[in-house]
Write a protein that binds this ligand. Structure first.
Ligand SMILES: Nc1ncnc2c1ncn2[C@@H]1O[C@H](COS(=O)(=O)NC(=O)[C@@H](N)CO)[C@@H](O)[C@H]1O
Ligand SMILES: [Zn+2]
Length: 504
């Protein structure tokens, strides 16, 4: 069984197809079937799998074609090859091709296609199941066919079938390193303890915290360790990546394939004209309520969303460029703002929040340089977690973050490409918390943003997300909130804990 395409299309010409012109069409059809549709097709491809015009007729100025194919020279590709062939032939009879009208387009996919694997797109007019295959009738214009809509629908079906297959399977997880056990000196819930001591308070929004000076002292101490013990020694240099992300970036990064349920969307006013907004302001002044529904009608967009993965908005900096060999590998990091996720996993303490503070480490170069940089980061992280923070932690190879964020599961294409999660043990919940990761993302971003290397080798990149809320949660869950019990590398950076608020 193989995939089948079939199209019936009307070719509208500028004048009627007289009998002698019909003869020219006849020979063009023969040439198309025998020669033109076979171009680029492997010699051993079975005839019935190659596109061919199975019937045609002329009526007035319209030539109606029916083209059927298997996977080779798909019916819609054959249609456009025929258009290229017939135009000059009828041009000699002073006839021009006005328009191609698609009357019917079907694609028949072999094998079982579960309902959830049928894409939810308006192009699919009807789904008919025949035993071991499913026939989709598509509502496509000639432009949609040129846009390869059927091919994308077929690819999406394959992806959904695979995801449904993996559906039952949890994310890929393969242990890489396990630290020594550490004495259990604390078993409390760090967020509750921090609340009790006034180290933080709930922000006004879902999954958002306001960090008091005490928590920030610890945040900054951990951040200093990251910068002094990992980032600087490995030669990473600070940049500032944008924190509002337009669709264009998420289209190129692939996030537009599946991040919709978790985005904090951003919209803009249709106009800045104060008069346009006066009634909204007046309504609030009179009622004390913000008329959100009426505001919604006055917005453009959403034009994108708040920072989600933190690295994608970097890539327009190098987009379309070729990097000189001698400037590679590029090693940068960003800690300039918050990331926002409308966490579908539910919020929990400071471990899983909607608004978090991450240091995003990013590097790019040849495949070797990218893998080598990841390895050096792993070494530096291990030294920090084992010798400076004295944590109980482990690391594991998991489904690459960029696949997970596109709703895919499973493993990456090559062994070098993938994500390694770092997890810390939380005594209070007897569970493991992912507190950071290191990924080799292969050529995904350089391809998405057309970045090349002078030598012509593939450009690869990697990134590592250090979540300060997660580092803090892991550290406090294991060490408690008494600085006296903390490792020296942290105490000397925290100094005196400032207590400035006193609530009555
Ligand atoms: N909801 C959240 N709350 C707190 N920290 C989070 C949250 N989501 C992610 N993080 C932090 O951000 C890190 C990286 O997030 S990730 O989705 O796994 N990976 C990426 O987005 C990559 N671009 C690397 O940053 C996580 O390891 C964690 O430390
Ligand atoms: Zn990243």
């Amino acid at each position: 069984m193989f995939i089948r395409f079939a199209v019936t299309a009307d070719l509208h010409f500028s004048g009627s197809i007289t009998p002698d012109i019909a003869l020219a069409v006849e020979s063009a059809v023969a040439e198309a079937n025998e020669v033109v549709f076979r171009r680029g097709v492997p010699a051993d491809a079975p005839d019935e799998q190659i596109g061919r015009i199975t019937e045609w007729h002329a009526d007035g100025s319209v030539v109606t074609l029916r083209i059927e194919s298997g996977p080779y020279t798909r019916a819609h590709d054959a249609l456009f090859r025929f258009r290229k062939l017939i135009a000059p032939v009828l041009g000699r009879h002073r006839l021009g091709l006005r328009e191609i009208a698609v009357r019917r387009f079907t694609v028949t996919v072999p094998g079982h296609v579960p309902d959830e694997a049928v894409p939810k797109v308006p192009f699919i007019r009807e789904v008919v199941r025949h035993g071991e295959s499913v026939e989709l009738e598509l509502a496509c214009t000639a432009a949609d066919l040129e846009d390869r809509v059927p091919d994308r629908i077929v690819r999406l079906i394959e992806e959904k079938k695979e995801a449904a297959l993996f559906g039952g399977k949890a994310e890929h997880w393969e242990l890489v390193y396990e630290s020594q056990k550490r004495p259990r000196i604390y078993a409390g819930n760090p967020t509750e303890e921090m609340l009790a001591r006034g180290w933080l308070r709930h922000g006004a929004s879902r999954g958002q915290w306001i960090y008091a000076p005490q928590a920030v002292r610890l945040f900054r101490a951990l951040e200093e360790i990251v910068v002094e013990e990992i980032i600087r020694p490995l030669g990473f240099v600070e940049m500032i990546f944008p924190k509002f992300v337009p669709w264009e970036v998420w289209i190129r990064s692939g996030h537009a394939k599946g991040v919709y349920p978790e985005i904090y969307y951003v919209s803009t006013p249709k106009t800045r004209d104060p008069a346009y907004w006066e009634d909204i302001a007046d309504t609030f002044k009179v009622t004390g309520e913000v008329p959100v529904d009426r505001i919604r009608d006055r917005l453009d967009g959403p034009i994108g969303g708040m920072c989600y993965a933190q690295c994608p908005p970097f890539w327009p900096f190098v987009q379309g460029e070729t990097l000189a060999n001698d400037c590679l590998p590029i090693r940068v990091f960003d800690r300039s703002g918050t990331s926002h996720r409308y966490e579908s996993g539910g919020i929990h303490g400071i471990e899983r929040v909607d608004e978090f503070h991450r240091i995003e480490v990013l590097w790019l170069g040849t495949a070797d340089q990218t893998v080598e940089t990841a390895d050096r980061l792993h070494e530096a992280y291990r030294r920090v977690f084992d010798d400076l923070l004295e944590l109980e932690w482990r690391s594991a190879k998991v489904t690459p973050w960029f696949m997970a964020q596109e709703g895919l599961v499973g493993e990456s294409a090559s062994a070098d490409i993938g994500t390694r999660d770092y997890e810390a043990y939380l005594p209070y919940s007897d569970s493991w918390l992912e507190f950071q990761n290191v990924s080799v993302n292969g050529d995904k971003y350089p391809k998405g943003f057309t970045v090349k290397i002078q030598s012509g080798a593939d450009c690869w990149s990697g990134c590592s997300g250090i979540g300060l809320e997660r580092w803090t949660a892991a550290f406090l869950a294991q060490k408690g909130l008494e600085p006296a019990a903390w490792p020296e590398a942290v105490i000397r950076r925290v100094g005196e804990m400032p207590e400035i608020f006193r609530f009555l």
